[in-house]
Design a protein around this ligand. Sequence first.
Ligand code: 1CP
Length: 349
Amino acid sequence: MTLQDHRFLRACRRQSVDRLPVWMMRQAGRYLPSYRAVREKVGFLELCRSPELIAKVTVAPIDEFGFDAAILFSDILVHLPAMGLDLSFEKGEKGKGDGGPKIANPVRTRADVDALTIPDPGKDLPYVRDGVRAIRTALAGRVPLIGFVGGPFTVASYAVEGGSQGFTRLKTMLYAEPRTAHALFEKLTRAAIVQIEAQIAAGAEAAQIFESWLGELDRYDLEEFSFPYLARIAEAVRKAGVPVIFFGTGMGGHLEKIAGLGFDVVSIDWRMPIDEARARLPDVAVQGNLDSIVLLGPREVAVERTRRILQAAGPKPGYIFNLGHGLTPSTPTENVKAVVDAVHDISWK
Ligand code: 1CP
């Protein structure tokens, strides 16, 4: 059996599987003691720039929980310094975990957009390529590796607001300076394409596009400011020969539109029953949709909710179990293990 026959890649292509594949967004992160131990010694960006440490933290949750896919350890903002932005990550608050991004010179004007440069992954981000290679060596063909980039709207929200500070400035730019906004999305799209192509060339077997905050926009703004750019990214990934996965939240009103952009897999958050999502998306695979916060409750409830989703998702090929959004730092590892085991216990064969 080659890696191309692995259940995760088969599910992306809507082929039958021996058992349902499961992985979790943010599966390498602060909820894991082994990750926290690494982060006690190195800063977040330092970690993202070390191929050895990238491989170590990417593979740890595969070893520990038996997930069916690994996801490159990096961030959707790692390339921003190469574009000219002064990026740092605040130290995570005690008990609250994740340290958020900060950009000291946010993009506010047309001149700021014009000054942004498109990164050259080989020159500016060699550690990502070397990280992908190191992960593949460490995985030794056990599970496929997902590469990723941020979608233009989500990356722009950090670049324009200067951090996790809502969307008001960026959305105001769409209405007040639409040409500036388009110029920004154009550059972020080109930056996303060269990065994901480099990750695939280095060995990533699938690609996920994180448009986490796209649910902020109405349909008209999606059609004008997002969909054409996302379609270009999806096409570039498909040309590179690997499945392309869309991730967003709050997108329930636009699922068919997203599927029509050329994605192989569409992620569903927790706000809609999975059977409804699958019925609306007959021609793509679907990924999701357990609420991450369920994992903070009693283990029996987490397992029960998992069973309910598996039941609702049904036996039709083309489903990947995941969370509706990412694992949160205070998630008990026993609950993660219990949910992965519950998914694996159910075979639709
Ligand atoms: O295990 C994995 O999933 C791989 C690693 C990964 C990924 C896919 C990290 C590590 N970041 C990301 C993508 C990412 N980064 C997204 C899209 C996914 C999502 O919606 O959750 C976003 C929005 C970011 C931006 C970002 N970077 C945030 C979110 C801030 C906010 O506005 O809510 C944070 C906290 C970071 C830093 C970061 N990235 C990754 C980790 C483990 C951390 C925590 C930093 C630390 O260790 O101190």
